[in-house]
Design a protein around this ligand. Structure first.
Ligand SMILES: C[S@@+](CC[C@H](N)C(=O)[O-])C[C@H]1O[C@@H](n2cnc3c(N)ncnc32)[C@H](O)[C@@H]1O
Length: 286
């Protein structure tokens, strides 16, 4: 069973059928016992895309904008919030069809991108759309169920989760936060979470949950929130909510002295290697 499935499984007989938003999910569980909401909801979208449907973020056919351009504004915003050097390692958690990830792949050094998602269906579409840049830049992609450990070893400096946190079912929340904090285990590692805020938890659509900001802070401990970037305000299902990107940093004091020193040495080496590469490039241009 994958790490998401392990987090929470539902038993069809215990279901509260009055929950309007979960009615179809509960039907699906009858033929997929032990399945999770994320598996169900991903399958639902995969089926719609296969029938030629459009989506705001997934697949090749996006609402009103070309795939190659659609992730650019979000990418720029993330970069403004965390201006990482080109040799920084980036994990795109819930990467979907790579519409944001492709810009990191283009801008960062080879081997510096790892995209993870629940399903290969969305990733494969992104791989096709991105063309040979993935291969050239040695970008890695995989599923959370199979590749989580590889992503932990990747030793990300920064992880971002865009258009995802609000879709995580409450029963899968523990796994979600545990996974992202495992991936960013280095001191001063950064996590950028795109969230929807409301003063108390609300479910505003079938796959949409808003939580208070201090809920995210608690789940992210020992990470500390260092910036709160307001995106927009919106109104849905009778609730007034705010979209934010929350910037969290892992305090160096939360990891051992040995690990701090090891990472310090690793960072110095990476920086040195990058500078040497630039010098060599400059020399060959002369
Ligand atoms: C709305 S899409 C956003 C994709 C991408 N981040 C973007 O902005 O283009 C949400 C993505 O999160 C993935 N996802 C859904 N639930 C998840 C979970 N519990 N853990 C990780 N990824 C999840 C979906 O498969 C999907 O690719």
């Amino acid at each position: 069973m994958n790490s998401i499935a392990k987090a929470a499984t539902f038993n069809a007989p215990n279901i509260d059928q009055s929950d309007l938003y979960d009615r179809e999910f509960h039907e699906w569980l009858k033929s997929n016992p032990g399945g999770t909401f994320s598996q169900y909801s991903v399958q639902d979208i995969v089926n719609k895309l296969k029938q030629g449907g459009k989506h705001h973020t997934l697949g090749a056919k996006l609402h009103g904008v070309e795939w190659s351009k659609s992730g650019l504004p979000f990418y720029k915003r993330l970069r403004r919030l965390a201006d990482t050097p080109r040799y920084a390692r980036i994990c795109d958690y819930g990467c979907g069809s790579l519409r944001i990830g492709v810009h990191y792949i283009k801008q960062h050094n080879a081997g510096c991108y790892y995209g993870l998602d629940v399903t290969r269906d969305f990733i494969d579409q992104g791989v096709e759309l991105a063309g040979d840049i993935l291969h050239k830049r040695r970008a890695q992609v995989g599923t959370i169920s199979q590749d989580l450990e590889k992503a932990v070893k990747f030793d990300a400096d920064l992880l971002f989760a865009a258009n995802l946190v609000s879709h995580v079912h409450p029963e899968e929340i523990e796994t979600f936060y545990a996974n992202i904090k495992r991936i960013v285990h280095r001191p001063n590692g950064v996590i950028l979470l795109h969230v929807v805020e409301h003063p108390f938890m609300v479910r505003y659509q079938k796959s949409g949950w808003a939580w208070p900001l201090d809920f995210f802070d608690k789940k992210m401990q020992p990470f500390q929130r260092v910036e709160t970037d307001f995106l927009r305000y919106f109104h849905k299902a009778g609730y007034f909510m705010n979209g934010y990107i929350l910037v969290y940093k892992r305090p160096s004091a939360s990891v051992s002295l040995t690990k701090n020193m090891a990472h310090f040495a690793k960072d110095k080496y990476r920086e040195h290697k990058y500078r040497r590469k630039l010098q060599l490039q400059a020399r060959t241009q002369d």
